[in-house]
Design a protein around this ligand. Sequence first.
Ligand SMILES: C[S@@+](CC[C@H](N)C(=O)[O-])C[C@H]1O[C@@H](n2cnc3c(N)ncnc32)[C@H](O)[C@@H]1O
Length: 360
Amino acid sequence: MTRDNGSPPLYAMVQSGLEPIAAEEIADDLGGEVKKTGRGLVVFRPAEMERVLDLRTTEDVFLLAWGTDALTYRAEDLKSIRRWTAHDVEWSRLLAIHHALRPKPKGKPSYHLVAQMHGQHGYRRVDALDALAGGLAGHFPASWRQVGEGAAVEVWRTIDGRTAVCGLRLSDRTMRHRTWKQEHLPASLRPTVAAAMVRLAEPRRDMRLVDPMCGAGTILGEAITYARRHRLGTLQVWGGDREAAAVRAAETNLRHLGPARLERWDATHLPLEDASADRIVSNPPFGKQLSRPDEVGPLYRRMIPEYDRLLKPGGRAVLLVSEGALLRETARTVGWKLLREIDVRVLGQPAVITVWRKPG
Ligand SMILES: C[S@@+](CC[C@H](N)C(=O)[O-])C[C@H]1O[C@@H](n2cnc3c(N)ncnc32)[C@H](O)[C@@H]1O
């Protein structure tokens, strides 16, 4: 069991692969202490509660009720879930912390139970949900109604193999979807992945960050947000796309967020001067979005020399691609140094975030 009686431990759910980036954000931006990471999970204790909902690389954040790495896959887990939920949690304390961060909505108080389960267990998800509900009996005021969606309080219990965590959800859908992203395109990135890419780019004051294939502007939006949070007032954010509809979508999304220069252009012949970007952060189309998968190699071969022309010596490129080996082969031809690779899944497909430095 993972349980502590000091300041409240939290856990974040993250996109698989982004655990180390989320852990870095928690440590660096929140002054939090990371207790452990697991698949899609970071358990931590923040230095202060106020800013936990500002995290950008996490999908959701919860107050930890209980957690374990010792599930057995057998039906006896159900008894354990019920017992931990009933006896090992000060629900009234967790509810008080929850209400301080998320004021109670008007109307009759309500709660919602969510049970997620990954892996082959000897019991059904619904049995694990019943065990959770049984353990909670009597802990919430009798007047509270259990509802489907839109509850004031959500109790989540996630099982992944031997690991399970249970907690009160602090975030809502705006953590993962953002409030500024109104326009979506079919190949649009998840904002949490875009935020991770911007972090990996390590933008600094007075720099220029360019996304030459910006789609709906997700990376640019996260760059603007990062600059505001990290007081990089003078970070210039530029982007473009060859599709007019994409440029329009990016304009709509970024209109209320902050300044960005947007243009319709061809990323393989950019109307920008040599060595005029400090950071390139982008995700070119995956094979599936091109008319033929074998167009990926030729696209990388046209794109990388152009990005190399654009980057200042010592500059960084963070590229999310479907074909890591092809990209490595092409980047070698311009002499870029590979700093980091992170395997992720994007729209259900394996992909890799690659971080490069142009020698300088
Ligand atoms: C995977 S999408 C980018 C998604 C974007 N990051 C977002 O979150 O919306 C790839 C984009 O590259 C654009 N694109 C493809 N080839 C291009 C080129 N030669 N020049 C500029 N844009 C290009 C496509 O129009 C598409 O919008």
